[in-house]
Design a binder for this molecule. Structure first.
Ligand SMILES: C[S@@+](CC[C@H](N)C(=O)[O-])C[C@H]1O[C@@H](n2cnc3c(N)ncnc32)[C@H](O)[C@@H]1O
Length: 234
């Protein structure tokens, strides 16, 4: 069939295809890529450590977040899912990589986290907190539409959305249109402070700052090439 655009979803799927030439679906191609990424757990990858993000731990310490229902988007090996569960949250966690979900479930054994292998954008439910550490900057630009729809659908009024993502020094600063010309995300999309404020303008900013670099031996994870942001849905 040569005419396959009728809905907005059809357009999003077509654009996905520009980032996964030859694959049936972008989500399958991305899942395979992340499976390979997680295959060797001994690799020296900063976020393979079993430590929670410093900003997340800080939000709890400062009373900015209180326990409730949480969704960990792109949970990877589950370090933040496990932390949230240990701190009284009922946690659902989703990742497009089956290998990541297997690892995360091992790490969070006995904590009651409900892990799901799949595309975050198909998540249904109702959450007081949506947490994303490092997933958003790996999404192609048009999937911001799906991302905002997810927040709109699953985040309760009064609930919070918290994000860590690449600054535009760490991730690519190339304009969105250029990413489509190249057919790739150049290792991850960089965002400026103003980009994040513009994209998440329907939410109220509680805090937006660089993550604080954590020294060896810290109980939390922190790298200063990431933004950390906390927004509230009013
Ligand atoms: C940089 S890793 C971060 C993992 C974890 N949040 C952490 O900080 O340890 C990004 C994760 O996002 C996941 N991901 C990417 N696109 C996704 C999607 N559409 N739905 C669910 N997970 C996705 C990847 O499989 C990967 O595990």
């Amino acid at each position: 069939m040569n005419r396959n655009i009728r809905t907005v979803d059809d357009v999003l799927t077509l654009l996905d295809g520009l980032f996964a030439p030859g694959a049936d679906r972008w989500t399958a191609a991305a899942g395979d890529w992340w499976d390979r990424f997680y295959a060797d757990r001994s690799r020296d990858v900063p976020f393979f450590v079993a430590l929670p993000d410093e900003n997340l731990a800080g939000y709890l310490d400062r009373g900015l977040l209180t326990p409730g229902r949480a969704l960990d988007v792109g949970c990877g090996p589950g370090r933040n899912s496990a932390f949230l569960a240990r701190n009284g949250f009922q946690v659902d966690a989703v990742d497009i990589s089956a290998t990541a979900v297997t690892w995360a479930a091992e790490r969070a054994e006995g904590l009651g986290v409900r892990f799901r292998h799949g595309d975050a954008f198909t998540t249904e439910g109702s959450y007081d907190l949506v947490y994303d550490s490092g997933c958003f900057h790996h999404l192609p630009p048009h999937r911001r539409v799906s991302y905002l729809a997810l927040l709109d659908r699953v985040l309760e009024p009064g609930g919070h959305f918290a994000l860590t993502c690449f600054t535009d020094e760490e991730g690519t600063a190339a304009p969105d249109a250029e990413l489509y010309r190249r057919g790739g995300l150049a290792g991850g999309v960089g965002y400026s402070r103003d980009d994040l404020r513009w994209i998440f303008q329907d939410l109220t900013e509680v805090e937006l700052r660089r993550m604080t670099e954590q020294p060896a031996g810290s109980a939390t994870f922190g790298r200063s090439f990431l933004w950390t942001a906390l927004f509230r849905k009013d």
